[in-house]
Design a protein around this ligand. Structure first.
Ligand SMILES: [Zn+2]
Length: 265
């Protein structure tokens, strides 16, 4: 547990007399999804007076400890209010973890593409630089006789960019038409803290290259999220009503993105 900062706030009494006769002393742990924001978190109920928020290394998983009497909606509101702080802390945890990890990206390394788990196979001294998925394997051909980790990473990122671009070409026209918006630009780039971003005034959308690793449903979620911003700039009730309308199971895919370790949209 990487306890970064306790999050303290006096609580409003929400418990009704006579309700909930379960033990008030034994901690109860459950995996929850916040009803409005779709934020996934681990909830521990115990006999305490305040809510505590912590983020766990290495993936920045959100854990909440709360009194038995606090409603899920109350926690949901707090997670919503603190979303910028959560994002900052998650970025910090992952940067710390990444800088201490020396895992080489070499032959046999596990790679995730569009939600599928593949093993990386490297062919050195190939006639051209290219990548091809092949039954559980991603074959990466490099022209170098002895490709460096940086060259392997470059080849992999080129492949990820291609498959994400192809997915966008297939899905974007459908979603833009369905949602009734007309973005002026959609680009792919590497982002440290966000899956996507939308400049509402210029109608420009950027998507994170890392999305190429995720299932298509997660890519749909980010596309719909950013396109809905062209109707509603803020993450308010109107925004979430649009999300519920266009993508009723968006919370499930948002939780999936969070498990991968990035929250920002
Ligand atoms: Zn957003």
């Amino acid at each position: 547990m990487n306890s970064l900062r306790d999050w303290l706030r006096p609580l409003l009494p929400t418990r009704q007399p006579g309700r909930d006769t379960r033990s008030k002393t034994a901690p109860r742990v459950s995996q929850e999804t916040a009803p409005t924001t779709g934020v996934a978190f681990e909830l521990t109920r115990k006999p305490i007076k305040r809510i505590y928020l912590r983020l766990k290394a290495p993936d920045g998983k959100i854990t909440v400890s709360a009194p038995h009497s606090v409603s899920l909606n109350h926690i949901d509101n707090l997670l919503h209010e603190r979303q910028d702080w959560i994002r900052q802390q998650q970025t910090r945890i992952r940067q710390t973890t990444a800088s201490t990890s020396t895992e080489p990206l070499g032959h046999g390394a596990p790679i995730q593409c569009l939600g599928q788990h593949l093993a990386l196979h490297i062919t050195a001294g190939a006639r051209s630089n290219r990548a091809e998925p092949d039954a559980g394997i991603l074959r990466l051909h490099r022209r170098e006789a002895n490709p460096t980790p940086a060259q392997i990473k470059l080849g992999l990122n080129q492949h990820l960019r291609e498959i994400l671009q192809q997915t966008l070409d297939e899905r974007m026209p459908h979603w833009a038409r369905h949602i009734g918006v007309d973005p002026s630009f959609i680009g792919i780039k590497r982002m440290k803290t966000r899956w996507g971003s939308c400049n509402v005034r210029d109608r420009r959308i950027w998507l994170n290259l890392e999305l190429a690793r995720m299932p298509v449903e997660c890519i749909d979620l980010v596309l719909v999220h950013e396109l809905v911003h062209l109707h509603e700039r803020r993450h308010n009730a109107r925004f979430y009503a649009f999300m519920d309308h266009y993508l009723p199971d968006w919370r499930k895919w948002q939780a999936e993105l969070q498990r991968y370790g990035m929250a920002g949209l």
